[in-house]
Design a protein around this ligand. Structure first.
Ligand code: FAD
Length: 307
């Protein structure tokens, strides 16, 4: 019940101002977002890779309001890539981007987002790594998939995300499960209407397994973005049935969530990529993490009261 309320608050400017200024917020934010600058996040990159983990890095931000902000987002990723270069991590550190941060919702947004994201994909390829386009709310997805197609024409390794809760996703998965594709499957983190998305957890979980099967039986590279222990076991079983070796798919989890499981799966010989977000515009990302687990909200409220 609380999840949808928190997701609605994630789009409210008033709540953004209140929560950002509240005492105790930073302590809870730090659990999910380990830094505001490249300098703060690079030690985390070194630490995680030294433990056998891989990363996908997100400069947090979304719902920008001017082309200048979209260019600033592009430049923030270019700076990150430049700073990653000497570490020579290749695909062990890739990027995740939200096209809304590159201008997708502005006038002429589709072209603007493509124009701004292309140099990031080019720069990532220049250091031997890739970019994955995150999935935002359902109204943005036709544009995201079209940009993904355009980028793949020049950079075939460009990945994208599909969300199990959407009715459209099985069809998207069939289209995307071609040779060389990289597709992250997640449950979905936005507030979506019943006209386009399953609302019940058990329906979403069942849809996840159906889509997972399509990806595992396909010719692409599935990226399993979930912390759900049941789905992790099912992934291992489906991979076995599809004859996939451990390097023919990967697990992905969010920084700050089930960290022991990251290490356990990596120690078992799986590829485990940690989605590591950093930056100052953390509000939307943080609120989605609260919405996913009401216990986070209780912890958050307690930390505000005890400050
Ligand atoms: P759940 O059933 O929600 O969680 C399973 C268990 O994991 C819970 O019982 C709990 O122990 C733990 N857990 C899950 N979430 C939390 C949390 N926030 N805090 C503490 N514990 C938690 N969504 C999108 O819509 N678009 C994207 O592009 C996108 N990219 C993602 C990338 C990655 C690598 C991951 C892991 C998720 C991404 N998501 C994205 C979020 C996703 O849609 C889900 O909202 C989120 O992963 C929670 O679902 P779950 O599969 O972990 O299962």
């Amino acid at each position: 019940m609380l999840g949808p309320v928190i997701l609605a608050a994630s789009r409210s400017d008033r709540m953004r101002r209140m929560i950002s200024a509240a005492p105790g917020t930073k302590q809870v934010v730090d659990r999910f977002i380990p830094g505001e600058t490249v300098d703060e996040v690079l030690p985390v990159v070194r630490d995680l890779t030294a433990r056998g983990l891989e990363l996908t890095m997100d400069v947090v931000g979304e719902d920008i309001t001017s082309p200048a902000q979209a260019e600033a987002a592009r430049d923030a990723y270019l700076e990150l890539i430049d700073r990653l270069k000497p570490l020579e991590l290749g695909t062990r550190a890739e990027m995740s981007v939200k096209l809304s941060m590159f201008g997708q919702a502005l006038d002429g947004g589709h072209e603007l987002a493509l124009k701004n994201v292309r140099p990031v994909v080019e720069a990532a390829a220049g250091i031997g790594t890739t970019v994955t386009l995150d999935a935002e709310d359902h109204t943005t997805l036709d544009s995201m998939f079209a940009i993904h197609d355009e980028l793949r024409a020049d950079f075939p390794q460009t990945g994208c995300v599909i969300q199990a809760y959407l009715f459209r996703t099985e069809a998207d998965a069939r289209r995307l499960a071609d040779s060389g594709s990289r597709v992250r499957l997640v449950k979905g983190a936005y507030k979506e209407p019943a006209s386009v998305a399953y609302q019940q957890k058990h329906e979403i979980d069942k849809a996840y397994v159906r889509v997972l099967k399509i990806l595992m039986d396909g010719e692409g590279y599935p990226m399993i973005g979930s912390h759900d222990p049941r789905l992790i076991s099912i992934t291992q079983e489906l991979a076995r049935r599809a004859g996939r070796k451990p390097d023919e798919y990967e697990f992905q989890m969010l920084y700050g969530i089930r960290g022991d499981e990251h290490l356990r799966l990596a120690a078992e010989g799986h590829r485990m990529r940690v989605y590591t977000a950093y930056g100052t515009d953390w509000y939307g990302y943080f609120m989605r993490r609260l919405a996913e687990k009401p216990a986070n909200l209780r912890f958050f409220v307690r930390s505000m009261i005890t400050k």
